[in-house]
Design a protein around this ligand. Sequence first.
Ligand code: NAP
Ligand code: HSE
Length: 443
Amino acid sequence: MSPPVKFRIGLCGLGTVGQGVWKHFAAKRAELESRLGVKLEIARVAVRDRRKRRGVNIPADRICGDAIAVATDPNLDIICELIGGTTLARDVTLAALACGKVVVSANKALICAHGAEIFETARRHGGHFLFEASVAGGIPLIKALREGLVANRFPLIYGILNGTCNYILTKMEEQDAPYTAVLGEAKRLGYAEADESLDVQGWDTAHKAAVLTFLAHGTWVKPEQMIVEGIDRITPEDFKNAAALGYGIKLLAVIARDFTTGELSVRVHPTLLPESHVVAKVSGVFNAVSVQGDVAGTTLYIGRGAGQDATASAVISDLVDAVGLLKNDRRAFITARKGSAPARPERACRLAPPEHIRGRYYLRLTVRDEPGVLAQIATAMADQQVSIASVIQRAQEPAGEASLVLTTHQSDERAIRATLARLARLRCLLGKPLLLRIGDFSE
Ligand code: NAP
Ligand code: HSE
């Protein structure tokens, strides 16, 4: 009997995720080898700083400082890109794919910026690009969309896609903790991006929404084509106001497609969700994604959305798929179920104009506490046909200022933006208003 084939893996990046992959791969290696009937080895690792102390022990002769050399090493079959960013990570990915290798990536920013080029390079050279860890951490969401739900079209996908933001919002709500202190904790726990503004300003969620949109609708939507708002202006006061109205606050991605008109909208924003809604109860680093399929109905996925272990679990699942691809046929043409081909062919779909994106809104304004102010604001809103549903006014420090919280009836993005522009011209308004959306999701 011939000895089992050996597949060699190159790890580019040994930070939070890379160390998790090393640790769990070492622990599960024998079991994986026996299930796959092959030998596996992480044969080379590339880092920026070879002298840095790590939480894992790696033989010194396997570590180098040249990620491109690892990506193009002819002795390696699979390359894990766990560096992050969109410059070196792109070079590493394209170089490995050009050699016909399988690339496994957790890098949603890279896929969002260069996905089309990456998939085309994989196709051209017979390589494969796998990216389960790029969205929703340890939840096998990419597999669910590509495989389990392959018979479906998706009118609505929404949910929490950023563990850092959900962790911050949860702590702010439960402990009245200040935003900056909680962000520091999320960074220490390894949840946040190297540039944490990507998390808190909504961009990381937008990158993930772009990946899901591509899988669900076969088209690339760039963050600049989406509504993207983050959590960095939310205060403990907003949680109190939301609670008084019966809501919690979550940062959601919403991907909505009208299959009659072909219109698609992709947006990321903090959202008031009824406290009883299952997604509103998902706390800490957990993500929750609701997927409405036209055949299956709604399915809901909840799990850890960030952190070393959850993300390593997703990367290792791709490593196993990579071995399956390599075992079957290195140059096999990928089916829609697996590999690097788009999940669905691009269908005629166009972005919905703002006036077709409808919803209810929460507006918090800081105003001068003087006669006539409420009337001016109500007039500005009425001029744009935005109808007020409720008003809460609280006196606040310093004396002479008040906080006004308004909710609206159904309106749309065009009208609410015009209202904000109009409000900005009022002299009674002190500071920039905070706009939150109210989520009216049935399940
Ligand atoms: P990280 O902790 O910052 O690790 C980045 C790694 O890349 C480090 O080991 C760093 O080396 C290495 N690196 C940077 N520049 C390099 C260079 N020029 N040459 C070689 N190596 C270089 O990042 P991470 O949190 O592990 O995230 C990695 C990727 O996974 C990102 O795309 C991120 O978005 C994604 N992701 C992260 C999570 C999470 O929970 N953290 C979850 C899902 C997806 P040194 O260690 O020597 O500095
Ligand atoms: N920074 C990301 C998050 C990592 O907090 O969700 C997981 O993609």
